[in-house]
Design a binder for this molecule. Structure first.
Ligand SMILES: [Zn+2]
Length: 436
């Protein structure tokens, strides 16, 4: 039997009411009037309690790329960021395109124990975009979605067949939308900054034309399409239109697209190099508008760790991607909730209930009987991003030195504490203290 834990005087994320939330044996239980001597208590005054965050787009890099990240370090970073469930992308070495590898990832995640790991399996064998992977077997092994993320499915015919074969599994295909011919050898957003820096650009249409295509293929097949990491104004329009047409199309965006623009690349900073690239001010505004009007279905980090050596290469040669698990909540609170673009409740929903709905994951609430997957955070605490203190192996963030608001205090997965911030103490009940 696990110890009774009390979060005393926490603020409920949705109702705003003050409550004492109790957890025992992995589930939320009614708060007892007189906690026994074995209880541990967290003084949660001023802190918000919410279901654990869910990140549906993480690169854990295992198998095969453990210099960048491991399932151990990536899931530890997730816990530090307030996440209790994450879905990981199959573009590893080897690619996760067999039932055996899906199971391997799931087991490794369980063994690490820092959060739930939900494997996403490849759509095509080796993510080569040609022959379909055994989608039915992958679903039965526990895959929560299919994706060739890291690269697009170039052939519309392959995408059509993938949607047809995925349909009976009920799982979505997560699309990394990018027309490779339009992208060419571009390394950042096509625009004024790219011209000034003399770097090759990637037009926004490289993303949006593929969104349009896959919305049409969702209509043709009745399959489920989920757009990964949307960055461009016309892509948000494509998602909005698909919904208006009643199609089974959903989409996510990431904190860097509502916080930064391509100007962050200014001095050839490879920590601002990602794919899709940071775009214009107008695109950032379109991203925020699409979040505010409900077009965006959920948030994700696209956490993509790389080694410092890789990111130290010249801009054109450095790999795309930034880490995101340990800054996601604070960037949301500071740059979406702070300026009033969305309420705290809606922002948290986009990291919790919303991704659970899109991916058919079981509901997690704070009601008695619910699985105790939760996060306690101080929405006002300010801190400075120091990549050296990250739990991820990746140091590749454009937010180093940024002052942000919103700090994760405690993360709990199935009633086990998976992260405690420095300075947070678990106390014993007062009566027991006096008896000692
Ligand atoms: Zn991608």
């Amino acid at each position: 039997m696990s110890a009774l834990t009390l979060f005393r005087d926490a603020t409920h994320w949705r109702t705003g009411e003050r409550l004492t939330l109790a957890v025992e044996d992995g589930v939320v239980v009614p708060a007892p009037r007189h906690p026994g001597a074995h209880a541990r208590i967290v003084d949660a005054r001023g802190a918000v309690i919410a279901p654990g965050l869910v990140d549906v787009h993480v690169h854990l890099r295992e198998p095969g790329q453990s210099a960048k990240e491991t399932i151990e370090t990536g899931t530890r970073a997730a816990a530090a960021g307030g996440f209790t469930s994450i879905a990981c992308m199959p573009n590893t070495d080897p690619v996760v395109d067999t039932a055996a590898w899906v199971e391997w990832v799931r087991r490794r995640g369980e063994a690490a124990g820092h959060c739930e790991v939900l494997p996403i399996a490849a759509v095509t064998v080796g993510q080569r975009g040609e022959q379909l992977a055994p989608l039915d077997a992958l679903a039965r092994a526990g895959a929560v979605a299919f994706s060739d993320d890291g690269r697009p499915i170039v052939s519309a015919a392959v995408m059509r067949h993938a949607l047809e074969y995925a349909r009976p599994t009920g799982l979505p295909i997560i699309c990394h939308e990018e027309d490779p011919a339009l992208k060419g050898d571009g390394v950042m957003h096509e625009g004024f900054t790219a011209t000034r820096l003399g770097l090759r650009g990637i037009p926004g249409a490289a993303e949006s034309v593929m969104c349009r295509r896959d919305a049409d293929l969702a209509e043709l097949t009745g399959g489920r399409v989920h757009f990964a990491h949307l960055s461009y104004s016309a892509s948000f329009d494509a998602l909005r239109d698909a919904k208006a047409r009643g199609l089974a199309v959903t989409g996510e965006t990431c904190p860097h697209y509502w916080v930064l623009t391509d100007e962050a690349v200014a001095d050839y900073d490879t920590h601002a190099k990602m794919n899709p690239p940071l775009r214009s001010e107008g695109d950032r505004d379109a991203c925020i508008a699409a979040i505010a009007d409900g077009t965006v279905d959920c948030f994700a980090t696209d956490h993509a760790p790389h080694t410092s050596d890789e990111k130290s290469r010249p801009f054109s040669e450095a790999p795309f991607g930034i880490v995101g698990l340990e800054t996601a909540l604070a960037l949301t609170l500071t740059h979406l909730v702070g300026p009033g673009h969305v309420s705290l409740e809606r922002a948290i929903e986009l990291w919790t209930d919303a991704p659970r709905r899109v991916f058919g994951l079981p509901e997690v609430t704070l009601k008695p009987g619910s699985q105790a997957d939760l996060v306690l955070f101080d929405p006002d605490a300010a801190w400075t991003v120091d990549p050296e203190r990250f739990h991820t192996k990746g140091r590749n963030t454009p937010f180093a030195g940024w002052r942000l608001r919103g700090r994760v205090l405690v993360t709990m997965r199935e009633g086990r504490v998976t992260h405690v911030a420095d300075g947070v103490a678990f106390e014993r009940p007062v009566a027991e203290k006096a008896a000692r």
